[in-house]
Design a protein around this ligand. Sequence first.
Ligand code: F6R
Length: 359
Amino acid sequence: SKGTYEFYMLKEIDEQPAVMRRLSQTYFGADGDVRVEQSIVDAVAESDRIYILAAGTSYHAGLVGKNIIEKYADIPVEVGLASEFGYHFPKLSKKPFFIFLSQSGETADSRVVLKQVNERNLPSLTMTNVEGSTLSREATYTMLLEAGPEIAVASTKAYTAQIAVQAILAKAVGEKKGLQDAKDFDLKNQLALVAEGMQELVDGKEKIDELAKKYLANTRNAFYIGRGVDYAVALEGALKLKEVSYIETEGFAAAELKHGTIALIEDGTPVIALINDPATADLTRGNIQEVESRGANVMTFVGKDFARKDDDVILPQVDYYMSPLLTAVPAQLLAYYASKNKGLDVDKPRNLAKSVTVE
Ligand code: F6R
């Protein structure tokens, strides 16, 4: 039930620290060791390329997962939109492994791909929130997201759970392969820091409501920009904002804006800039200046280690690869308040259904 909440979306955003703790309990032993079914770890470790297939928000979680898996499991990852992949299979590697990301486990576009994967007798894993769902039953293996029922149409806690579960798999596979990066990756501690950081962010939600009121109340469009994993979160932030508030929003690689789309920046256009990558933080600051000088109202969500006093949201510092788990929270809250402040039905945006069972 919604309890005292007006909408499920906010309840589900608020539940994310608890989901992170539950995942930590599920996938780590009392000794602190990561615990993933041995057959899954072996099958993934053997593969020469991972193909992640999904749709919408789950696809965006896959884009983050690619960065984490390549870093800690050292296996190349290709992320595909299931709807495209299903009818235009790329040339596969010799030992492919398929991961399906799906909150519902029922998405028709993903089922089309899995059907073909099974016809070719190739190994697959579904990461899903719904035990016994179709994609779970039809795949070789399943890992559960442990997020609890997600009722709001806009996905929030399943997105962050998908990122965390991909990190858990990456660590398990990297350790199995004897990789130093994976052994050094203190994921259990990172998940604890993430849970704390998420709590801090949801406790500070009024600040995000103010930002939504100040910058998004009357706008027709908006942009999210970021580099590296922040680019992946920019795509998700944009989807969240547009689907619940109907503000036309695009996510961009920060530097790409100036190759055309900057033409759309006008006086007052909101631009949300995400900065968590130390390697490119200064470059993104430069991109912020480019849009500000053309009149944009910029909001910044920045990791604590390189934040400036006047940044709008300062994110508790975690591992760069885990930072999407925190950046997502203010992005989700911004979408929530932009929608609620317009008097919209946050949980049931027009034209959308919770699970998309048609192609
Ligand atoms: C957006 C959203 C959708 C779903 C997509 C895939 O907030 O929820 O984009 O992510 O329809 O759904 P699942 O994950 O159930 O396969």
